[in-house]
Design a protein around this ligand. Structure first.
Ligand code: SF4
Ligand code: SF4
Length: 243
């Protein structure tokens, strides 16, 4: 799955490798990168943004996102809808920077890096990092030296990468037949359980869901109020019923 808004360079980075980067408001390119982007959102990105904006997930999805099917994986891709004006700014960019900085998506946190997964010879997914091709970004031409692992910590990427890896276990599900399109029913299940959490909560608590899907009681009681345990239930549900 594509999880970055720029083309990758050929340079693959390990956690202990370093790169240079410094972004600040004095640079002439400040804010120029927050426009006209294909910016895919992961389930945890959507969770953080809709909660940070205090919106119902249905409202967030219809107001701020686009939807398409990825032609390689067959999975639904939710991406941030750029404004339809001028140079197509991100709906959250302002003169002083990102209005949702505390809950900005993982691709924005990772920048100028990208992260993707590949299947190793023994069939397990393995994540790797790479430098993005960002010729107009002045921040990569000056700046501080970062180890990838320090950048992850500095940008608060820990929970984002953890949840993205959990989602990877659905994308790379062993029973998934490569190249076979998903049915409308499967696509609907993924969208509701991963991205439309407030609707999924009603499905879990207001239907017979819990009589059909065995879920740990402790997780169930946490999921009534919190989104992360609910997303956990969503992934359990997809693992058991998707393929
Ligand atoms: S330095 Fe790079 S990331 Fe920062 S504002 Fe400029 S283009 Fe964007
Ligand atoms: S979410 Fe914030 S950091 Fe990401 S593109 Fe929009 S304004 Fe820029």
């Amino acid at each position: 799955m594509e999880i970055f808004p720029h083309k990758p360079t050929k340079e693959t980075l390990l956690l202990t490798d370093s790169f240079y980067f410094l972004c600040h408001s004095e640079l002439s390119c400040f804010n120029s990168c927050c426009r006209n982007k294909h910016l895919p959102l992961t389930p945890y990105d959507v969770l953080r943004l809709k909660r940070g904006l205090n919106l119902h997930s249905d409202d967030f999805l219809s107001r701020y996102t686009l939807y398409r099917i990825d032609e390689n994986s067959g999975f639904p891709v939710i991406s941030l809808k750029m404004e339809n004006t001028g140079d197509k700014p991100c709906p959250f960019v302002s003169d002083s920077g990102c209005l949702v900085y505390a809950n900005r998506p993982s691709a924005c946190r990772l920048y100028p890096l990208g992260r993707a997964s590949r299947i190793t010879e023994n069939g397990t997914p393995e994540a790797f990092f790479f430098r993005l091709d960002t010729p107009n970004c002045l921040g990569i031409k000056e700046g501080t030296q970062w180890k990838v692992t320090d950048w992850i910590e500095n940008q608060g990427l820990g929970p984002y990468l953890e949840w993205n890896d959990k989602m990877g276990s659905i994308l790379f599900h062993p029973k998934r037949e490569k190249g076979k399109p998903l049915s409308q029913g499967q696509i609907q299940k993924i969208i509701v359980a991963c991205y439309n959490l407030d609707v999924f909560r009603e499905f879990v608590f207001k239907t017979e869901f819990l009589t059909k899907v065995e879920i740990d009681n402790n997780l169930v009681s946490k999921a009534e109020q919190d989104d992360e345990p609910l997303l956990e239930i969503g992934l359990i549900y997809l693992h058991r019923f998707l393929f």
